[in-house]
Each structure stands twice: as structure tokens, then as C-alpha cells.
Design a binder for this molecule. Structure first.
Ligand code: ADP
Ligand code: MG
Length: 729
């Protein structure tokens, strides 16, 4: 009923000559239709089954009428009565006030926005049915912006579903489309009775309290239109047996598809990459790096070495907190590959980071006689052509670069190992592209090593990355002092600038990061530029030991690449003391002398991002500080999640704990960057609460694949459609 009162998108049409007007109306109708279709596609609802699986967010109870006498404050109820008063008042602001009398009491309906047609429908004497939340109070019952329609008509027999929707797609329309999809969809059983019994009647069902009552069609029609006697709590927290049925189906689809990917990969062959002896590049490299590996680094190198020595493609995630020393592990893996006579590619998400890797690897490997090629989007044509030639001929044993590495033109002679740094920064699609592009040989697949500073919590690893092996560097190199994190109100900015002065006096370097404002890159820029100017002014009098003035640099994404590089290398070399930047420095930048990180508008950053940024300091022996400046704007308080993020930052430096809390705050979909890929991967099951169901699905997946391969395929297709490919990335 809400359509009647929600101001819908009423197209305003200007007066036009008659013939044109007719055409306009026609195209208008067509536009509207395609618009609705587009909106439905945007929700990912392409097939009948997708519609059937598009489940309500919540329900409205329109199955009964409540007498005002029986209504309690805060209840959402439906009432029916006669309008006894309808007027517009202007104090405190323009509003429509309607008094409804249902015989037991009266209620004031209050509208701040309304159309003349709605005002007419609410004229004195009309009998209407209204639905909304009742507020009590001194002057009797009120409802703010209730939905309403003319009284009479049958009451609903089931709860009315409210579906997740997007702008411009009215509930009423979506309901009809979903209902149609539900009626047409093939919902035949894909889970054999034997398996249903394992899950629903076996031991696990006692643990999880699942009743076997629901088959898929029943579960779906129930969830779309539950009978009014259902426990709302069970519906809302999704513990109702109908929900359980859907969750297990969803998890099963995911587990089958993961297992399948794992088996497919195990059937592939990869080059064996082994090296031996004192004269191997691996040993030589170990000899020239200026430090001793930590025991965690040694352990993960061992794990990678074992993988590379097998003829099955490695599919390994190397996770280690920021600053734990993943780069050298990557370099050693590359050395193994080169020792065996094959090429290795290292890809990083930003040019700055890629270049930093390139320099570091170049400094280690060039003296050992290894040619390294550099590939990036901003390269000059000539330079690029030369790099491509080196790669194609195999002369370049190592290729370092950005996304440019996976472009079509790049032809490797014999690629055997691909390393992706900060893998979470790459979309799922890009990771897929990498795998498909980097086939070394018609019959051989390259080994894949992904690196991340954002560790994956266990439940996610179990469900999303079932076919991924994980190595963890759980130890920082010696001699690091833990970073102290402080949350400071922006009103105390001056004190922060004082702190910068004292750090400068000690010869330290400082990062100052300004946020990315999503809606506007221009605003983003202003922010960084203004801060840069402010710091230049505030620190203009500071001198270095040799009497030279200090240098305050600015780095942002709109700068030409050459300029970015120039600024970055000044800072890296220590000639520049303060670097104001947008989040371009987020990942991987390594300047051990930097000891103070100020993050402006820290409340706007995600938790993992804050942790990544903080990881830019604390890389040397000096005690480092991270200042999270927050600004509460015009009297609006810090949001609850922003507060939780800042609190987590102060309380822990441990990347695993940060990841766990991030998952808690954001939920798994966002955590995985699923939004990036446009597809939330798990819709119904919740990895925080449905661990038992997940375990159950894990048991069933191999049985399905081995005993009922056709049903398994049908099941995966039903649930995942094209998304199945994403899960394999
Ligand atoms: P991340 O894991 O964040 O990529 P890096 O590989 O950039 O970390 O390493 C961080 C810093 O620690 C670098 O300056 C690196 O040279 C140094 N480092 C790495 N391993 C060790 C070690 N075993 N001992 C001392 N310093 C190390
Ligand atoms: Mg790194």
C-alpha cells in the first residue's frame, strides 16, 4: 500500500506541440519500462531463479487491523478510520495534519511532504486505512508519514514482503516481478534425500536445531509470503527452518564450486622450479640482502620452495602484516624460478609501489647478472617496446609492473611464476585475467603467489578460499618499536603541528595523509592542497642542521606520473621531510626514517586502510606515532562504526586482530571487496553465525561431486550462475 502515499517519480512535462507531446509520452513509456528493467538488472536479477532467490529484507503486517485503544507506543500497526480533520499548518514548518478516528481513539497523521492528490485523498469524511509506527504522547497518538489508502478491500493473508531495491524501482512492481519469477523458476530438488538426511537429521541437525520440514519450493514461498503466525524473531535473525534450508543450499553451492576449482587446478601441470647449490641465484641473493631472514620468513620461504618444486601449480596466499618483510620472500621465490630457467612476473596495484619493488629488486638482482623489465601504463612507447621485446625474447628473467603486465600485448617467452602484491587491491576480474593471460605453455599453468597485508579470518578462508594455501609471516623483523596510535580532535591540530616540529628536530620524516572523498576528486584535491599550504606556512621557519629550510611536498593522484615519481624519490632519499598526500601512498611504500603518520579525517577511512597507512611508519628502530585526526563537522557526532574503527586502531597493532574487527564492523561481503566485483558472494548465510552450516556444507560437497555430479552442476548453476567463475579467482 505504500505506493499510494510515497511521492513517486512523477515526470514533469513541459507544454509541447501536440504531435511532439504524443511522441514524448510514447518514448516516456518505453523509457520507463527499460528503466525498470535496468533497475532489476542492477539488482543482479537476470534469471527466474535469481528472482525467486531475491528474498525480502523485512515484512509488513497488513493481515490485520489494530484498534488504537490496543496500540502501544512504538508498534507498527494498521488502523482504519474516518478523517475528522485535514489541515495544513505552518508552525513549526509547513505540514499536513490529518485526524483519524477509528471509534476507539483518534490519531494524528503528520506529513511534511505531500502532493495535492494525497491531500485530496485525505479529505474530511473519507474512510482510510493507514499504516505506520504509533507514537504516544501528550497530545495523543501520532503517526509520521504513514502509508495509507482508501479503506475497505481484503486484508492480506500473508505478511507483505519488502524487498531490497534500488532507486526508481517501486516495491509494488518488484513484488510482481519476483512473484512471477518464483512461479516460473525450476525449483526441482538438487540435494539428494541421502544428503538432506545427513544435514537435517544427522548429528549436526541436533546441534543446529534444524527441522527437516522444508524443501526448497516450500522454503521459498514461505519466505516470500510468511503466514502471520510466524515468529518474527526467527524470520529476522534468519534462524527459521526455511532460512536454514536456503543457507545450507547456498553454502553447498559455494563449497561445491570451490572444491571443483581445487580439483581442476590439481589436474593442471606447472613447470617444476627447483634450484640447488651454492651457485644458485637463490643462495647468492640470500648472501647479498643486508639482513638475516626472520624465522617466519624462513618458514614461508620453505613452504613456497616446496610448492614450486612440484609439478602442480602453486596457488598460495602469503599474508603478513605491513612491514613484516614480504618483498624479500617474493624476491627469493623469483630467484627459484629464474634458477630453473623460467620467467617470473611481479605485479603491484599502483605505479609507486611497482616502481619501489622494481628498484629494490633491480638493486639486488642486477649485480647478479639478471635482467629485469619494467612495464607500466605511463611508459613512453619506445621504452615500452623495448621492454616488450626483452620479455618476448626471454632476456628479461623478471618483469615488474602494474596492471600493464596483464595486457594483451605482453607476450612472455616462458612465464612460470606470477606474484601479485597487495592482492586485495586487485578486483576478482583482474585476478582471473591474470590467470588466463599468463598461460606459459598450452599444457602448463604458471605458479601463483599472492601477497597481502590484510589477513583473511579463518571462516572466510574456509569458505571463500577453500582452494588456497596460506602462508603466514607472523613475526616482524627485529628492532622495531611498536607504533603508538593516538586519536586527536581536529580542533587540536596545532598541537599536532608542534609534534611535527619536534620530530623534524630529530631528523625524522613525516607523512600527512588526507582522505579520498569519493564523490569528488576535486574536493579531495582541495583538501590535500590546503593542508599542504597550511603546513608550508606553519613549518616555514624550521631549518635543518645545515641551515637549509625543510621541504614539504605534495602528492596526489591527479599529478603527472613523472612529478609523482620526483616527489616520491625526494622523500625516499630523505631530501624531503614532510609529505602531504592523498591515499596514493597507502600501499607498500617503504621509508624507514619516517616516524610520524598523521591521518586527517581518519573517521572517513576504512579500518584496513587505516592499518595499511599506519604501517608506513614504524619501519625503523625509532619509536613511531600515528595520529588519527578526526573532525566531527557541524555538530554531527562521530558515527558508531567510525568510532569503532578508531578505537580498534588505538587498541591493537596486530593485523590479524584488525582484520577480525574489520570483518565484525563491515560484514564479509564488503570485507572481501565483493562490492568491487558487483556481486555479493554470500547473500543468506552469515559466516559469523553459520559456522556449523558451513561445516555441514563442507562435508556434503565432495559427496555431491563424486556421487551426483549432474545434480552438483545444476545446484551450482542455480545458485551462482556466472558468479561461479568469480569464486574460482
Ligand atoms: P611488507 O611485508 O609490508 O611488504 P617489506 O617487504 O616492505 O614489508 O619490508 C619492510 C622493511 O623491513 C623493509 O625495509 C625491508 O628491507 C625490511 N626487512 C625485511 N625483512 C627483514 C629482516 N629479516 N630483518 C630486517 N629487516 C627486514
Ligand atoms: Mg609490501
Amino acid at each position: 500500500m505504500s505506493e499510494a502515499s510515497t511521492p513517486s517519480t512523477v515526470a514533469k512535462k513541459k507544454a509541447k506541440p501536440a504531435r511532439k507531446a504524443v511522441e514524448a509520452v510514447k518514448t516516456g513509456a518505453v523509457d520507463k519500462k527499460t528503466h525498470l528493467q535496468k533497475a532489476i538488472a542492477k539488482l543482479g536479477l537476470h534469471r527466474d531463479i535469481d528472482l525467486a532467490l531475491h528474498l525480502p529484507l523485512r515484512y509488513e503486517d497488513e493481515t490485520r487491523l489494530t484498534k488504537l485503544r490496543d496500540a502501544r507506543e512504538g508498534d507498527t500497526v494498521q488502523i482504519e478510520g474516518v478523517v475528522t480533520n485535514c489541515e495544513i499548518t505552518y508552525r513549526p514548518r509547513r505540514q499536513l495534519l490529518v485526524t483519524l478516528d477509528d471509534g476507539s481513539d483518534t490519531c494524528t497523521l503528520r506529513f511534511f511532504s505531500f502532493y495535492p492528490s494525497q491531500q485530496k485523498a485525505l479529505a474530511v469524511g473519507n474512510v482510510i486505512r493507514a499504516r505506520g509506527e504509533v507514537k504516544g504522547g501528550f497530545l495523543g497518538f501520532t503517526m509520521m508519514h504513514p502509508s495509507f489508502k482508501t479503506a475497505g478491500g481484503d486484508l492480506a493473508t500473508a505478511l507483505t514482503p519488502v524487498y531490497p531495491t534500488v532507486a526508481g524501482l517501486p516495491q509494488g512492481y518488484l513484488r510482481k516481478v519476483v512473484l512471477g519469477g518464483l512461479a516460473r523458476a525450476d525449483l526441482s530438488e538438487t540435494m539428494p534425500a541421502e544428503l538432506v538426511a545427513i544435514i537435517f537429521d544427522g548429528k549436526s541437525s541436533a546441534q543446529i536445531g534444524v527441522q527437516p520440514a522444508y524443501l526448497l519450493p516450500e522454503a521459498l514461498s514461505f519466505l516470500h509470503h510468511p503466514t502471520p503466525d510466524v515468529s518474527m524473531l526467527e524470520l529476522e535473525d534468519r534462524t527459521h527452518p526455511a532460512w536454514q534450508r536456503l543457507k545450507i543450499e547456498e553454502l553447498l553451492a559455494q563449497q561445491i564450486s570451490q572444491l571443483q576449482a581445487k580439483r581442476e587446478r590439481a589436474a593442471l601441470r606447472a613447470p617444476v622450479l627447483a634450484s640447488q647449490g651454492k651457485n644458485s641465484l637463490y643462495e647468492k641473493l640470500l648472501g647479498i640482502i643486508p639482513f638475516k631472514l626472520t624465522s617466519a620468513q624462513e618458514r614461508v620461504c620453505g613452504e613456497i620452495t616446496l610448492d614450486l618444486a612440484r609439478n602442480i601449480p602453486m596457488h598460495r596466499l602469503l599474508q603478513g602484516d605491513v612491514g613484516s618483510g614480504k618483498t624479500v620472500v617474493a624476491a627469493l621465490a623469483a630467484a627459484k624460478c629464474i634458477d630453473a630457467g623460467w620467467q617470473c612476473a611481479l605485479m603491484a596495484p599502483t605505479e609507486i609501489l611497482a616502481e619501489q619493488h622494481f628498484r629494490k629488486l633491480l638493486s639486488w638482482l642486477e649485480p647478479l647478472g639478471i635482467t629485469t623489465a619494467w612495464l607500466t601504463g605511463s611508459q613512453k612507447t619506445k621504452e615500452r617496446r623495448e621492454a616488450l621485446a626483452l620479455i618476448a625474447s626471454g632476456e628479461a628473467a623478471l618483469v615488474v609492473g602494474t596492471h600493464a603486465v596483464i595486457q594483451e600485448k605482453v607476450q612472455f617467452k616462458n612465464l612460470a611464476l606470477a606474484i601479485i602484491d597487495e592482492q586485495h587491491r586487485f578486483g576478482v576480474a583482474q585476478r582471473l585475467a591474470l590467470r588466463s593471460k599468463m598461460v606459459a605453455d598450452a599444457n602448463l599453468e604458471p605458479h601463483l603467489l599472492m601477497m597481502t597485508a590484510t589477513p583473511i579470518p579463518r571462516t572466510l578462508a574456509m569458505s571463500y578460499y577453500a582452494d588456497l594455501d596460506v602462508s603466514t609471516i607472523d613475526e616482524l623483523p627485529p628492532g622495531r618499536t611498536p607504533i603508538v596510535t593516538k586519536v586527536v580532535n581536529d580542533a587540536r591540530r596545532d598541537e599536532v603541528i608542534e609534534r611535527i616540529r619536534s620530530q623534524l628536530a630529530e631528523g625524522r620524516q613525516i607523512y600527512w595523509v588526507c582522505p579520498l572523498i569519493e564523490e569528488s576528486e576535486a574536493l579531495d584535491l582541495t583538501n590535500a592542497t590546503e593542508t599542504h599550504e597550511q603546513l608550508c606556512a606553519a613549518l616555514g621557519d624550521v631549518q635543518l642542521k645545515d641551515g637549509q629550510p625543510i621541504m614539504v611536498g605534495l602528492l596526489h593522484s591527479r599529478m603527472p606520473v613523472a612529478e609523482k615519481k620526483a616527489v616520491m624519490s625526494l622523500f625516499t632519499a630523505g631530501h624531503m621531510q614532510v609529505l602531504v598526500s592523498t591515499t596514493v601512498i597507502e600501499v607498500g611504500v617503504d621509508v624507514p626514517n619516517a616516524s610520524l603518520m598523521v591521518i586527517e579525517h581518519a573517521e572517513r577511512f576504512g579500518l584496513s586502510q587505516l592499518h595499511q597507512l599506519r604501517g608506513r611508519v614504524g619501519r625503523g628502530a625509532a619509536a613511531s606515532v600515528c595520529v588519527l585526526l578526526y573532525s566531527t563537522g557541524d555538530a554531527t557526532r562521530l558515527g558508531e562504526t567510525a568510532r569503532a574503527r578508531l578505537k580498534a586502531m588505538v587498541e591493537t597493532n596486530d593485523g590479524f586482530e584488525i582484520a577480525r574487527r574489520d570483518l565484525e564492523i563491515r560484514g564479509p561481503g564488503e570485507f572481501l571487496g565483493a562490492r568491487q566485483s558487483g556481486a555479493a558472494l554470500l547473500r543468506f548465510a552469515d559466516l559469523a553465525t553459520d559456522v556449523e552450516l558451513l561445516e555441514g556444507a563442507r562435508q556434503l560437497a565432495p559427496i555431491m561431486l563424486d556421487k551426483y555430479p549432474e545434480l552438483a552442476q545444476k545446484h551450482v548453476h542455480r545458485w551462482l550462475g556466472e558468479k561461479a567463475e568469480y569464486l574460482k579467482a
